[in-house]
Structure formats: structure tokens, C-alpha cells
Design a protein around this ligand. Structure first.
Ligand SMILES: Nc1ncnc2c1ncn2[C@@H]1O[C@H](COP(=O)(O)OP(=O)(O)O)[C@@H](O)[C@H]1O
Length: 343
């Protein structure tokens, strides 16, 4: 009788553990099929759009702060795009353990690095757009440009030094085939991972505040000048162009909100679930899936940024048309431009 009861409880224990580990496994269709397909699509689009953008930017001299910042964003986007294919392969069922370790150690870290570089440059771009709207006659000087180049190098250096320990301290060997990135980290590695995520949250929310303040000032200025123009102009011929400028200029804010806000809400509880033990496995899985879904939305940034270059950067659009339209005979030197990067 006793033996029978022991057998029963052992079976129940096994069944419970078994079903729990099956239900909580990350390897479901979302991770192994849906996201790899979505990242592969982003990879193909991203390689095409960003190499074209980089090629065009190579022909444009960095004579304004805006062009300089956009060049930094292109480099970050290219870097991010190349991480997509590793993520797609690692998440699919066919991935080798070595590849998954590489993604945890190197490729994901580079992904986050490029994301926060983009976020910081988005903040700087907003300040620059604001400066240009409020003081349209202030031009970039060579000394100002040199300072912005030093600032750009400083941003890359700081974020690289924040990210590097995430590579170095992800040094453990995987104990089982279904390991997580956090399983590869030493205790110090986990602490650094958590600290970096806090710093990155501050970077994000500070830049979001900058973007919101700058675009509020831009809206106010555009509204005032639009009202002034409407009152003084009897013909109204400039109005459609002004409206176009307004829509274009808000692209930066739109892309920032759509791409980055959802992830930063999801990231806080997910990081806690990685570093603390008081989360049950179902909640952990839910937070992981939420983080993965919002991370994919962040990745969209790499293919939405070329829209910003096209609609907001006149020298980019001119160079693009010179390159592509010349061959097809479509290039007109006086191309209609409503962009704002000419200072
Ligand atoms: N903001 C960040 N900056 C740099 N590296 C990061 C950042 N967030 C996470 N990482 C690193 O990227 C890798 C993957 O992290 P994460 O996405 O949290 O793990 P998982 O893929 O298991 O969900 C880890 O090595 C982690 O330390």
C-alpha cells in the first residue's frame, strides 16, 4: 500500500514537472518560427536599405550637424541589421549551441549597443531640428562640427565600454541545451547586465523627454509662423509646402515612439525576472515573449530610419536622385524639396 502511494506521488510529481517544463519552454512556435521569419525579412530589407543609405551618405560631406548625426545612425542601423540574421538562425530549432552562445555573448550585445546609439542620436537630431526651427539663420560652423564629431566619438566609446563587460562576463558554458543568456553569466555578469539595463532605461527616458520637449517647441513655432503667414499672405501659395514640412519633421518623433516606447515598458520587469528568483516560470515566459515581441518592434527602426533620411534630408534625397534618376533620365536639378537640412 505504502509502495503504491509512493509510486503515485512520484508519477504526479513527474507529471507536474513535465507539464510545467513543457508549458514554460521558450521553444514554442513564436520563438522558433515566427520571429526567425520576421527577423529574416527585416534582415533582407535592412541590408538593402541601409547599404544603399550608407553608400549615398558616403558621397555627402558632413557639413551640417544633422548630416553628421544621420551618418552615425546609418552605421548603427547597419550594425543592428547584421545581428538580425544571427538572431533568426539562433532562435530557429536548427541552431547549433555554439551559434546560440555567440548570439548571447556578442550579437545581442551589439544589437543593444546599436539601439542605444540610435536613441542617443535621435535625441541629438531633435535638438538640432529644434535649433533650426527656432533660429533658422544660425549655421553650422567648422568648430561646432568638430565638437559634434568629438561628441559622436564619445557616445560610441561610452556605450561600447558599457557593453563590453556584457560580452566578457558571459563566459559560462551552457549546462543544458535549452539554456538562456542569463545562464551563461557569472554573478558579476548578471549584476552588470542589470546595471546596464538601468542605465539604458535612463538613456531612453531622458531622450524621450528631449524628443517631446523639442517637438513641442517645434510645433509651437510652426503654428505661430503658420498663423502669421496665413494672416499676412493673401495668395496662400506657401501653405501647402509648410504643411508638408510639418508632417515630415514629426517622422523622427513618430519613429521614436512606435519603435522604442513599448520595449522600454516591457524591459524593466523582464530584467527583474532574469536576475531575481521570485518569478514563476509562466510569468517568466510571458515576460520573455513580451520582451521579444517589443524587441522586434525596436528592430523595425533599422528599416524606418531610411524614411527619415529620405523625407528630412535634402542632400540625401538629392544625392539619391542624382545616383538613380540620372541613369533613368528622371533627374531634375530643381527637385521639389520640403526638407530642412540645408543649414
Ligand atoms: N542594454 C544592453 N546593453 C548591452 N547589452 C545588453 C543590454 N541588454 C542586454 N544585453 C546583453 O545582451 C545579451 C542578451 O540579453 P537578453 O536579451 O536580456 O537575454 P535573452 O535573449 O535571454 O532574453 C546578454 O548578454 C545581455 O547581457
Amino acid at each position: 500500500m505504502m509502495q503504491h502511494q509512493d509510486m503515485m506521488s512520484l508519477n504526479i510529481h513527474n507529471m507536474t514537472n513535465g507539464s510545467e517544463s513543457t508549458n514554460c519552454s521558450r521553444d514554442n512556435v513564436l520563438k522558433t518560427v515566427v520571429f526567425p521569419v520576421l527577423y529574416s525579412i527585416l534582415f533582407i530589407l535592412g541590408v538593402f536599405l541601409n547599404t544603399a543609405a550608407a553608400w549615398i551618405f558616403l558621397k555627402i560631406p558632413s557639413t551640417t550637424h544633422f548630416v553628421l548625426y544621420l551618418k552615425n545612425v546609418v552605421v548603427a542601423d547597419l550594425l543592428m541589421t547584421f545581428t538580425f540574421i544571427f538572431k533568426a538562425m539562433a532562435d530557429s530549432n536548427a541552431a547549433l549551441v555554439l551559434l546560440r552562445v555567440f548570439v548571447c555573448r556578442v550579437s545581442s550585445v551589439l544589437f543593444y549597443l546599436s539601439m542605444y546609439i540610435s536613441i542617443l542620436f535621435f535625441g541629438l537630431i531633435s535638438i538640432d531640428r529644434c535649433r533650426k526651427t527656432l533660429w533658422p539663420f544660425v549655421r553650422s560652423t567648422p568648430a561646432g562640427l568638430a565638437r559634434r564629431k568629438v561628441l559622436s566619438a564619445f557616445i560610441w566609446a561610452v556605450l561600447l565600454s558599457l557593453s563590453l563587460p556584457n560580452i566578457i562576463l558571459t563566459s559560462r558554458r551552457p549546462a543544458s541545451p535549452d539554456f538562456k543568456c542569463s545562464d551563461l553569466k557569472s554573478k558579476r555578469g548578471l549584476q552588470w547586465h542589470e546595471a546596464v539595463n538601468h542605465v539604458c532605461q535612463i538613456i531612453f527616458w531622458a531622450n524621450l523627454a528631449t524628443v517631446v520637449v523639442c517637438y513641442s517647441l517645434i510645433s509651437r513655432e510652426l503654428y505661430t509662423s503658420y498663423s502669421r503667414t496665413r494672416a499676412s499672405s493673401s495668395t496662400g501659395s506657401v501653405q501647402p509646402k509648410k504643411r508638408k514640412v510639418k508632417v515630415n519633421i514629426f517622422l523622427v518623433m513618430g519613429v521614436f515612439f512606435v519603435c522604442f516606447v513599448p520595449f522600454h515598458f516591457a524591459r524593466v520587469p523582464y530584467t527583474m525576472s532574469q536576475t531575481r528568483s521570485n518569478f514563476n516560470c509562466r510569468l517568466k515566459l510571458f515576460l520573455f515573449q513580451l520582451k521579444e515581441s517589443t524587441l522586434w518592434i525596436c528592430s523595425l527602426n533599422a528599416i524606418l530610419d531610411p524614411l527619415i533620411y529620405f523625407f528630412l534630408c535634402r542632400s540625401f534625397r538629392k544625392s539619391l536622385c542624382r545616383t538613380f534618376c540620372l541613369n533613368t533620365g528622371l533627374y531634375q536639378p530643381n527637385l521639389n524639396t520640403a526638407s530642412t537640412d540645408n543649414r
